[in-house]
Design a protein around this ligand. Structure first.
Ligand code: S3P
Length: 451
């Protein structure tokens, strides 16, 4: 399991495709994969996971729990077995815990580490070291944690062990599932009833999985609460867990098949948790032809197959309520908007500026290089869709260490008059191993080289 940082820069060259067709299952959901390792490690008994995402981000979470003494098998074809050590069974890591590019690992693990008896240091790569961590430090300190950080709450974070935590009722200033999850996970170690109120609904995988592991989380409107219990009496019970395919990875193909005329693809076993399906709602509002087939529930999460056929897209004003429900999909939604007829306006999405890159600035820049009138605003973007068969010219794009920027521009290449060259694509490994192969198998034209 080598790190993406040890590999040379990977370049994608994407050119126009005739049509996309076929069936594919994208890799496992990243959010659920992280949580499966964390809760499996803290549970009593064995947890057997299938469909686990073998991407760098979730592998980093896996490595961190191994470094704290948890016996976790090498993932094989999405199968991982975790021998849970119980809520109080982790060991002090010998070295700083390294989470690479993964904000989810750092923010969720901070909550767990705040409740341990030992000190720990958690650090990531250059991109992660620029991302805001104060959003988790503040509520954890309010719970009694002791955390040292770099300037403005940047990582590395040093989390002091042996601090008794107390429950809080936390009103989150931003709609963040990572902050909500961090507080709930710390709440497992806190005396009293920990509650989090969200300003808008965010993904609820932590709540669902905690309940599945036997620790119920109650929801009352916008507030979720762990039931009051003595921390010494709380127990998670290991079991089987199936991870659905990641709708955030499927999104690249939802857009790709929508914008290339004559396309007809089916994406199987996609997670359709209603806190994640904003991308489908936005594309449907733009006129996309997406049908959900075989709806079923797997491991407490709704899943289905998505059949996507090409359609003439139209620009829309994106409903702000959909923003947290599609937060990771905007890079490729911007590509769809650039292909659509008419103007698309996104507002209320300032969180995009603190993702793996500033996704508003990087996408607006890249689209402008491709000849699109895309204007970045403080909290979103205004895109004048070109509605042409080939709206994009040729350009060289730098993905800025951001996997989803790289994949979004690979999709743009499908509608380019020339070639879209994308540097820094090794980061695609963080969430979507096998992306290029699947892209080409479905009919895309992506060439890979390293330098
Ligand atoms: C995630 C929550 C989102 C999302 C990230 C994964 C999670 O982040 O962007 O990719 O697994 O909880 P925020 O909570 O910061 O919005």
């Amino acid at each position: 399991m080598s790190s993406v940082h040890e590999t040379a820069s990977l370049i994608f060259r994407s050119t126009a495709a005739e049509r996309l067709s076929g069936e594919a299952r994208v890799p496992g959901d990243k959010s659920i994969s992280h949580r499966s390792i964390m809760l499996g490690a803290l549970a009593e008994g064995t947890t057997e996971v299938t469909g686990f995402l073998e991407g760098e981000d979730s592998l980093n979470t896996l490595r961190c729990f191994r470094a704290m003494g948890v016996d976790i098998s090498d993932p094989e074809d999405g199968r991982v077995t975790i021998q849970g050590v119980g809520l109080h069974g982790l060991n002090a890591p010998e070295k700083p815990l390294y989470v690479g590019n993964s904000g989810t690992s750092m923010r969720l693990m901070s909550g767990i580490l705040a409740g341990q008896s030992f000190d720990s240091v958690i650090e990531g790569d250059a991109s992660l070291s620029r991302r805001p961590m104060k959003r988790v430090i503040d509520p954890l300190i309010a719970m009694g944690a002791v955390i040292e950080s770099g300037p403005e709450g940047r990582s590395p974070l040093t989390i002091r062990g042996g601090q008794p935590l107390k429950a809080i009722e936390y009103a989150m200033p931003m709609a963040s599932a990572q902050v909500k999850s961090c507080v709930l996970l710390a709440g497992l170690y806190a005396e009293g009833r920990t509650c989090v109120t969200e300003p808008a609904p965010t993904r609820d995988h932590t709540e669902r999985m905690l309940s599945g592991f036997g620790v119920p989380v109650d929801r009352d409107g916008a507030t979720v609460c762990l039931r009051d219990a003595n921390p010494a009496d709380r127990r998670l019970a290991g079991g089987r867990l199936e991870v659905p395919a990641d709708i955030s990875s499927a999104a690249f193909f939802l857009v790709a098949a929508s914008i290339v005329p004559g396309s007809d693809i089916t994406l199987t076993h996609v997670g359709l948790n209603p806190t994640r399906t904003g991308v489908i709602d936005i594309l449907l509002a733009m006129g996309a032809d997406i049908r959900i087939e075989n709806r079923r529930t797997v491991g407490g999460e709704p899943v289905g197959d998505l059949r996507v056929r090409s359609a003439e897209l139209e620009g829309v004003e994106i409903d702000e309520a959909l923003v947290p429900l599609a937060i990771d999909e905007f890079p490729v939604i911007f590509v769809a908007a650039a292909c659509a007829r008419g103007r698309t306006v996104l507002t209320g999405a300032e969180e995009l500026r603190v993702k793996e890159s500033d996704r508003i600035a990087v996408m607006a820049d890249g689209l402008a290089k491709l000849g699109v009138d895309a204007v970045a605003t403080a909290d979103g973007m205004i895109i004048e869709g070109r509605g042409e068969p080939k709206p994009f010219g040729s350009a060289t794009i730098y993905a800025q260490g951001d996997h989803r920027i790289a994949m979004a521009f690979a999709v743009a290449g499908l509608k380019a008059r020339g070639e879209v060259t994308i540097h820094d694509c090794q980061f695609v490994e963080t969430s979507f191993p096998g992306f290029a192969e699947m892209f080409n198998r479905l009919g895309g034209c992506l060439e890979l080289s390293r330098h």
